[in-house]
Design a protein around this ligand. Structure first.
Ligand SMILES: *Cc1c(COP(=O)(O)O)cnc(C)c1O
Length: 425
């Protein structure tokens, strides 16, 4: 992309050519101190679609009008409410509709899925995870291995970058899997690392782990609605994600899970059960003996949070209209333009204070760029905040930003580059 230019006119020209430019206006952009912000933290909490209120209001109205009868008589009956969402979710993660469902929140689902897929024995009990995984994933893995009577020191193998590098090499991940061999029970890593923005080669990792006889699960918190996913085709065993980051489905919104069809059809699998996982046709007979659905719904314990699902549905309808390929196409260009602007400022500074720790190759990343700075990092962050540009600061000195293709523009990215240049040059 050597023909990029660091000018407002050029950024505006890219916006004019942007096929998704209309979508920016379908979201509420936060206004702080009377000024609209430039929002780059969609990887923490996605913006609110303008339609969300209406979707939730429909359910509030039906609750007022119908009470309990809304389970069957609401405009969108609540009993099968989530079924309308499943095909849309399946298209986002590359699965079949009966391989996905919605329930709980992400860390809860990590635990519930490990009840089924982490079945350690005395000889095969190890888990491979990222050394730089999100903290909640560390706590989940550690408590799981302890729950089964092992110690994290012995049972967890951490993937670390080579000296002087920031991201993991696929060859090193594959070697670690091979070395763990018959002791390996589970590979459980992110689809996109939350800190560096590295997108992993999930297909290759899954193949290798299966050769070793292990199960594979992915935490897709930063990948769902961001990266291109083909979970079914890659034969991934299970995955879970939250809906409030790139999926714009409200703070603390409902989480999604995926379980490969050859597992969902196996009613003998161990799981923690609840009534909402019971065969739908006979659920209200309320029998003592549990009979699971032959779909990912079998892992649902409780009846579904309809208001959260309404918020989720508003966003899913936008994703369905746009489609992941169109999103990826814009996202690659938007991320590349951001990268160009950062490199341009860096090249014009004395002693190049910025290092992008996100992979350079577009196939190894999605929307996010993470910048490692020097001691000027905090002043850059403060200047951005002053200019109403919202980015994420991670101690000791990393700035993370996600130019989100649904609602960020090339002009947004240009404004970031401009403030960066003003502080540093
Ligand atoms: C955001 C995030 C979480 C958050 O977990 P919740 O249970 O939704 O609070 C967990 N893991 C990863 C990798 C994340 O990025």
């Amino acid at each position: 992309m050597s023909n990029f230019e660091n000018t407002l006119a050029y950024a505006q020209q890219l916006d004019t050519q942007d096929e998704l430019k209309a979508y920016r206006h379908k979201f509420h952009h936060p206004v702080i101190n009377g000024k609209e912000t430039v929002y780059f933290t969609g990887n923490s909490l996605g913006l609110q679609p303008k339609t969300t209120k209406e979707y939730i209001n429909t359910e509030l109205t039906d609750w007022a009008n119908w009470g309990v009868e809304g389970h069957f008589h609401a405009k969108n009956p609540w009993m099968p409410y989530h079924h309308a969402l499943l095909p849309k979710i399946a298209r986002i993660v590359g699965a079949k509709p009966h391989e996905v469902t919605v329930m709980n929140s992400l860390t809860v689902n990590l635990h519930l899925l490990m009840v089924t897929f982490y079945r350690p024995t005395q000889h095969r009990y190890k888990i491979i995870m990222e050394g730089a995984a999100f903290c909640s994933d560390h706590y989940a893995m550690q408590s799981q291995v302890k729950h089964h009577g092992f110690t994290p020191e012995d049972a967890i193998i951490y993937l670390e970058p080579r000296n002087g590098e920031h991201t993991l090499r696929t060859e090193d991940i594959l070697q670690t899997i091979e070395d763990a061999g018959e002791e390996l029970a589970l590979v459980m890593i992110g689809g996109v690392n939350y800190y560096t923005g590295q997108l992993f080669d999930m297909k290759t990792i899954t193949e290798k782990a299966h050769i070793a006889g292990a199960k594979v699960g992915f935490d897709l918190a930063h990948a769902a609605g961001n990266a291109e996913l083909h979970l079914h085709y890659w034969k991934v065993d299970f995955a879970t994600w939250c809906s409030y980051k790139y999926l714009n489905s409200s703070p603390g919104g409902v989480s999604g899970i995926y379980i490969h069809e050859h597992h969902v059809e196996n009613t003998e699998l161990p799981r923690f059960a609840g009534w909402w996982g019971y065969e739908q046709a006979n659920r209200f007979e309320m029998k003592r003996q549990f009979k699971p659905m032959k779909t990912a719904d079998a892992w649902q314990l409780s009846n579904v949070p309809v208001l959260l699902l309404a918020a989720h549905n508003a966003s899913l309808d936008i994703f369905d209209e746009v489609g992941i390929p169109a999103l990826r196409k814009k996202s690659d260009l938007l991320t590349a333009y951001l990268e160009f602007l950062i490199e341009d400022v860096n090249a014009r500074c004395e002693n190049s204070p910025l290092e992008i720790i996100t992979p350079k190759n577009p196939k190894d990343r999605a929307a996010q760029i993470s910048i490692l700075t020097d001691e000027r990092g905090k002043s850059i962050f403060d200047a951005l905040t002053q200019a109403n540009i919202i980015v994420d600061w991670r101690e000791p000195n990393v700035i993370r930003l996600a130019p989100v293709p649904l609602y960020n523009s090339f002009e947004d990215v240009f404004k970031f580059g401009k403030v960066l240049g003003q502080v540093l040059i």
